[in-house]
Design a protein around this ligand. Structure first.
Ligand code: FES
Length: 100
């Protein structure tokens, strides 16, 4: 679990968090809702802060167009066979707590 200062993101913006040997992709959905994933695609490790896009309820890695469910992390289509790790995000004042 990590605790970070809440980044100043616009709706739909994403950022990469590096802390405690974790590399996390954080996406702001608006209305105090965030999504967090491992920042490395489970297919061949592309940097999702650069190549990841959110399309409705799927995270898509544009390196080889793998689609992952934002709810389960499971691969839906494309090259990836392994799921992507999803983290819970809780808001604690000006901070975010990102955990398993
Ligand atoms: S590295 Fe993401 S789909 Fe291949």
């Amino acid at each position: 679990m990590i605790r970070i200062k809440r980044p100043d993101l616009k709706v739909g913006e994403k950022t990469k968090i590096n802390q405690d040997n974790l590399e996390i992709l954080l996406i702001y959905l608006g209305a105090d809702r965030f999504l967090a994933f491992d920042n490395r695609c489970p297919h061949l490790g592309c940097d999702l802060s650069k190549y990841g896009v959110l399309i409705r309820d799927e995270l898509v890695c544009q390196c080889h167009f793998s689609h992952f469910s934002i709810f389960s992390g499971k691969p839906i289509k494309g090259a990836a066979k392994k799921p992507i790790k999803i983290y819970n995000v809780k808001i604690d004042g000006d901070y975010l707590i990102i955990g398993q």
